[in-house]
Design a protein around this ligand. Structure first.
Ligand code: WTA
Length: 666
């Protein structure tokens, strides 16, 4: 259990780490890693010569022209393997077929209504080649941008790989975004073609993708053609000359499409990330470096046995997690994956577990927001299924609360499976800080150590490295192969956003601490750090303390302005099934936080809510909660999953409705 005592005196740190976690989990007894990696030798070898290490990993890809250069670093611009040439689709498909694995399943696809498709590597090669020829027929040329706005159907991965095959740059826009968001992203990079579908299944009803797409391209200066997949059979309007049905155009193409020979540094894709303010940033990713780190991290962190495993990343391909760990990493490694169109609780709360049992899933990769939802719904749902095939469980997207980590390991993993908490970003392209399941002793809530070949550290306000243990700002102090190559069309913003805060260091925007063993603990976005009476406290730790109480499924805390303490902590708490959020529980939770962390971290106010406002990728939107708590006008909600949640919270907070506990007893 987390200790009640304080973790030494962190008062000098840029961010104080107060939560103490004593639990340790070495690789489980029965876990025999396929990779054979059971100690730190790989980390050490990589540390002795990181460039040689990455060059080695890059050589496991198939190159058309082998590279002779490894790294050219002109801060903040890195070029990796720059004189080599390759094609990403060849690495993801052709080479496996040529190696005799054409019959291996690439995707077990599962649609929301329960329809399924099985796609082998040989079939994928056909599909991708035809789609590539269709794009060529529409006039797409090497270097052109193609926007993709699709549900989680096989055509999404196929279109990405088809772009890669002909050297076009894909820009996937998450299928839940509105016409406006799509328009903005299309225009920013002047996409020539848009690939979309008639509509998307959404929890038993449909979302009109084509209608949104029509609106988005209505005033587009760049889109010439729209390619439309029929998914739901909805009635839609097709504009003559501009719109083409996938089923008319693609299957009629030749199944042979020679792959373009691309430079390692050529752009593979753009992916827009919104952040909390400003227009979305077009994150640029290259071909050779990106594929190198995507494939290495995928096989080592999940301990992939490509021949036998059935791997499932439950993210949406609309986010970077899906790009790297549904499409490029697993396919480059010749893995068999599950791809799922639906949501975890439709039609029932056991949908995931039914899928795991049916396909014999061996690795599951999901987000803390989903894990906390599973906790909230109760363990009877996973308990009703045979989950014994699982051997590694992964988490990404937010700090994972120790209690959620424990629940994941015990309830989903039956106590047998290593849990790998993986820290990375759209900008980093692939995992950066994560355990290796057969080698690393894990701690609930810690992403542990930088992966082999990666170097990260923690600095204070002045950019000075803080000692171990200590907390502050997470920075990356050495270039890495999958790093972003810039922001589309905005070099100044690239320098300013990531490289200006600390000289020569990539600043990730996250707070972190290292414990006495040097393990990294992510503490949340630094914009969210709270300052209570001069103590710089992490939202993550207070939230984790709340979630460690048996009645709590999920919690968000923020610092709201306070005349006396600078900021006061306001907590928003979602109880687990069967618990009632009342004044007594609120008082108990405040005491619980005081005991787990420190009296200074005790929330001044606490509100129970059935839901928390989240971004569409599942991250808690603390900025909105802060606005609510301070009764400011609401910020921009376009990346908000369910805007009603905010309104509901706001009205209860302001009226002090049931379960709202006053803020006067700090
Ligand atoms: C957060 C997702 C703690 C972090 C791959 C980061 C995490 C942002 C973790 C990037 C983790 C992601 N522990 N925090 N394991 N993984 N984050 O671009 O704040 O959608 O900066 O990439 O998510 O989110 P993005």
């Amino acid at each position: 259990m987390g200790g009640a005592d304080m973790a030494g005196d962190g008062a000098g740190d840029a961010i104080e780490g107060l939560l103490v976690e004593e639990r340790r989990f070495p690789p489980p007894e029965g876990f025999v890693p396929y990779s054979g990696i059971t100690d730190s030798a790989l980390h050490e070898a990589a540390e002795r010569d990181p460039e040689a290490f990455w060059a080695d990993k890059a050589r496991e890809l198939t190159w058309m022209t082998p590279f002779t250069e490894v790294l050219d670093w002109q801060p903040p611009f890195a070029r990796w393997f720059a004189d080599g040439t390759l094609n990403a689709s060849v690495n993801c498909i052709d080479r496996h077929v040529e190696a005799g694995h054409g019959d291996r399943v690439a995707f077990h696809w599962e649609g929301e209504p329960g329809d399924t498709r099985t796609i082998t590597y040989a079939e994928l090669l056909d599909d991708v080649s035809r789609a590539a020829n269709a794009l060529l027929a529409l006039g797409v040329e090497r270097g052109d941008r193609v926007a993709i706005y699709l549900p989680m159907i096989p055509e999404l991965a196929v279109t990405m790989l088809a772009c890669a095959r002909i050297g076009a740059v894909h820009s996937v826009v998450f299928g839940g975004f509105s016409a406006n968001a799509l328009h903005e992203r299309i225009e920013d990079s002047a996409c020539r073609v848009l690939v979309t579908a008639d509509a998307a299944h959404r929890r038993g009803s449909t979302f009109p993708l084509k209608q949104q797409a029509d609106e988005a391209v209505e005033h587009s200066a760049s889109i010439e053609h729209v390619l439309v997949v029929r998914r739901t059979g909805e009635d839609i309007t097709m504009r003559d000359g501009r719109d083409h049905w996938w089923h008319d155009l693609v299957p009629a193409q030749s199944a042979a499409c020679p792959p373009a020979e691309m430079g390692a540094e050529d752009l593979l894709f753009l992916l827009y990330t919104s952040g909390t303010t400003g227009r979305p940033k077009g994150i640029m990713h290259s071909t050779g470096g990106y594929l190198t780190q995507a494939s290495f991290t995928h096989r080592s962190v999940f301990d992939l046995d490509a021949e036998h495993d059935v791997y499932w990343c439950a993210a949406d391909i609309g986010w970077v997690t899906g790009h790297t760990y549904i499409v490029y990493g697993p396919l480059a490694n010749g893995a068999t994956s599950v791809m799922f169109e639906g949501t975890p609780n439709f039609p029932r709360e056991d949908r995931f577990w039914e899928i795991v049992a049916r396909y014999g899933v061996t690795q599951l990769y999901t987000a803390p927001t989903a894990i906390r939802a599973f906790m909230k719904w109760g363990r009877e749902h996973p308990d009703g299924h045979d989950l014994s095939s699982l051997r590694v469980l992964g988490s990404v997207g937010e700090p994972i609360n120790p209690e959620a980590w424990m629940w994941y390991r015990d309830v989903i993993g039956g106590g047998r499976t290593p849990v790998v908490d993986t820290w990375w970003q759209t900008e980093t392209g692939a995992m950066m800080i994560a355990p290796l399941p057969g080698a690393t002793t894990t701690k609930p809530g810690s992403a542990t150590f930088p992966l082999p070949g990666i170097s990260a550290t923690i600095v204070d306000d002045r950019g000075e490295e803080v000692g171990v243990p200590g907390g502050g700002y997470l920075v990356i102090d050495r270039p890495w192969p999958a790093m972003l190559r810039g922001l589309w069309g905005d070099e100044a913003r690239y320098r300013d956003t990531y490289w200006s805060r600390f000289d020569g260091l990539y600043f990730a925007g996250d707070g972190a601490k290292r414990d006495a063993d040097g393990c990294f603990w992510l503490l949340g976005r630094v914009d969210d750090v709270m300052n209570v009476s001069g103590h710089r406290l992490s939202t993550t730790e207070v939230e984790s303390a709340l979630v460690s109480h048996p009645s709590v499924a999920e919690a968000a805390v923020i610092g709201r302005a306070d005349a006396i303490t600078g900021q006061a902590i306001a907590a928003f708490v979602t109880p687990r099934a069967g618990f009632v959020g009342d004044e007594r529980l609120a008082a108990e939770l405040r005491e619980h936080v005081a005991r787990m962390i420190s009296p200074i971290a005790k929330p001044a106010s606490l509100l129970f809510t059935a839901d928390l406002p989240k971004t569409r990728s599942g991250k808690i939107m603390r900025r909105l909660l802060r606005d609510i708590a301070e009764d400011q006008q609401l910020g921009d909600t376009t990346t908000l999953a369910d805007a009603d949640v905010v309104d509901a919270i706001k009205s209860r907070y302001l009226t002090g409705g049931s379960g709202g506990v006053g803020s006067d007893d700090a």
